[in-house]
Design a protein. Sequence first.
Lengths: 186, 237
Amino acid sequence: MSANPVSTTAGSQTVGPFFRIGLEYLIEQAPALRLDSPGVIGIRGRVLDGNGRPVPDAMLEFWNPAAEMRCGSVAEPVGFPAGFRRAATNEEGRFSVVMQRPAKAGFDRRQAPHLLVLVFARGLLRHLMTRMYLGDEADNGNDPVVTGIPAERRATLIARPDADSPGLYVWDVILQGTAETVFFAW
Amino acid sequence: MNEQSTVSLAAPGTQPEYHFPAYVSSISRSPRMPLVLLPETPSERTGPVFGHGLIGERDNDLTAQHAGDPIGERILVQGRVLDEDGRPVRGALVEVWQANAAGRYRHKVDVHDAPLDPNFTGAGRMLTDEHGRYWFKTIKPGPYPWGNHYNAWRPAHIHFSLFGAGVLSRLVTQMYFPGDPLQPLDPIFNSIADAAARQRLVSRLDMDRSQPDFMLAYSWDVVLRGRYDTPFEETGR
């Protein structure tokens, strides 16, 4: 691989506190997919700052890289891109989405099923990128991205299945601190 | 794991640091541990595809979304979305939002004592055409005060959210206006250390695209990360 050339892409600026005006239309108000259907998961969690306080104005984007481009295995609501969900936190820093369960991608069998997650908020001058894995997948321990980070930080990438609600996973995003989520750069 | 990389690293100073204390909100919300640099995998070369079904007829005319005309200076904002090699990014979703002419956002947490405009929401969206071009009609936003420091005012700006060919191309930024004296005072604008990179966020007055006796035009091109052929949906439906 050759070294990355350096380019002059546009600078990032914060999404600010008022992003709902322009971005909320793409947030599902009532999930079209049913959590009790096969191939569907719910993700619920909180976004917290370095003081452990909820972040009430964060936006998350979840992308399933194994989603088929036009028609996923699960029917998507009209107009929404397959495999993509946008969420915003409420006053308590909580978010939730319902989407296709990520599967092992045909294009890379070494990776465990995962979602790519983009984190935006007032205070974040650039968005953050991370991955979310599902705690009940057998292959997480063999995933090259998971095994490439220090063992004590791996848990921040893994969503915990909710024992009371099949299909529901709990996953928090910690922006700063000792339990800080692992964020990636490419 | 990876082959040739499809994105370049940012040149020093051309992107803001996460921890930028002059912008007070960044202090408790920026990670302290270094980002983990990963080789690209096929996952990062994919991204959501947005269709025309998401776009309404008046979504790129922010002056025509209500019964009457909004107050303020009517403007056209247009430009091209390009990849790192200067090629047009076709079918890219561009989302915009902004304050009204008085510097007030239609949002419950905006408490600035300036009037809302019943004829202005301040939100739009569009897909770029086959030349990577976007355009929308709007009202020039006003500057507004914010709580970052004593007597802090944001320069006039329009928020932009853009999706390129893959998730690594994703960009949220702000477009500014030429000659705004508030720019040198603004910590968000100045979070980009490189002066040339800052200026790339400033649009230019474009008299060739203005409409005499009707509205001025501002042009602004955006370069996204990435240099790969786009899997965007065919347009023309």
